[in-house]
Design a protein around this ligand. Structure first.
Ligand code: COA
Length: 297
């Protein structure tokens, strides 16, 4: 699909994307690259990184892949430093690395719970912590007038509650809280904007294949308000909006990109029934004698 953004929306910017070798992270890498950014992707699997980097380079996008695990602070530090050494600056950090699996709470060991918090919540903070030096205004490679920006890929699971996702819900709640606090502190002190995107079900992603395997994908579509899954492109466009100058006054915000799913409720009454009943119920209550309790109407 063609992008509605100008091809130079991120011209001259350098973006580091964790989990950038596959799924949503790779689409963000691709779209950022197509809009002028140089791309560093961080991931644990060399093969995945290598093929992602060749795909980006074949589009003419300056790209490097650096192996690392966001759970290890030394990896986070090394990856951020190598990105700076290679490209001479860092403007955008996207925390897209995440861990997920379905597990009823009673079958989830504390270590399983901790593992997902380590990747999503602690990993996101660790990356932000190590990147701060390069993102803040006046940091290496940047002027004293402008800071960089951070974007966290979160979820909507914790807005209500989600079946078999206690670990991920807790982890993403922490990601969102961290995002808001950093937006406040680092926005004020260092001119760094920090925002989030909360994707709903997005087709053709590792997350989707884990949480809604192919066998049940069509039933997922059925309960989506727009009767369709999102595309990775939808997330990448929101990411472009927030990371480019289009989002220059947006700080501490989350854009929900889920087709309205988290708001949706089962219809408790067919629409035709509401059309017929609503007026007559109103009329009945208006004509009721004063003082008669509504339960007697
Ligand atoms: N159900 C219940 N528990 C599970 C589980 C499952 N499906 N998968 C892993 N766990 C538990 C393990 O049993 C272990 O706990 P234990 O030591 O008490 O037994 C703990 O989680 C850590 O598992 P391990 O396999 O050692 O972790 P890992 O570091 O190799 O992998 C995961 C991390 C489990 C999050 C793995 O799914 C992963 O690497 N995910 C990244 C990719 C991804 O999830 N993408 C989708 C993003 S939306």
């Amino acid at each position: 699909m063609e992008s509605p953004f100008k091809a130079d929306a991120l011209k001259g910017k350098v973006a580091l994307i964790t989990g950038g070798g596959s799924g949503i992270g790779f689409e963000i890498s691709t779209q950022f690259g197509k809009h002028g950014a140089s791309i560093a992707i961080m991931g644990r699997r060399k093969q995945v990184l290598d093929s992602a980097v060749s795909a980006l380079q074949s589009l003419g996008i300056p790209a490097i892949g650096i192996e690392g695990d966001v759970r290890k602070q030394e990896d986070a530090k090394r990856v951020v430093e190598l990105t700076f050494q290679y490209f001479g600056r860092l403007d955008i950090l996207v925390n897209a690395a995440a861990g997920n699996f379905l597990a009823p709470a009673e079958d989830l060991s504390p270590n399983g719970f901790r593992t997902v918090l380590d990747i999503d919540s602690v990993g996101t903070f660790t990356m932000c912590y190590e990147a701060l030096k390069y993102l803040k205004k006046g940091g290496p490679g940047r002027s004293s007038s402008g800071g960089g920006t951070i974007l966290n890929i979160s979820a909507t699971l914790h807005y209500t509650a989600s079946w078999y996702q206690v670990h991920v819900s807790a982890a993403k709640a922490a990601v969102d809280a961290t995002m808001r606090n950093l937006a406040l502190e680092w926005g004020t002190d260092y001119d760094i904007r920090v925002n989030g995107i909360a994707p709903g079900p997005i087709g053709d992603t590792p997350g989707m294949s884990k949480l809604a395997p192919k066998e049940i994908e069509s039933s997922v579509r059925e309960f989506m308000p727009l009767f369709k899954l999102g595309d990775k492109w939808d997330i990448a466009m929101a990411a472009l909006f927030l990371s480019s100058d289009a989002g220059k006054f947006i700080n501490g915000a989350i854009i929900v990109v889920d087709g309205g799913l988290w708001l949706s409720r089962p219809r408790h009454m067919p629409k035709d029934a509401v059309k017929q009943l609503s007026r007559s119920v109103e009329k009945r209550s208006r004509n009721a004698p004063v003082g008669v309790p509504s339960s007697k109407l």
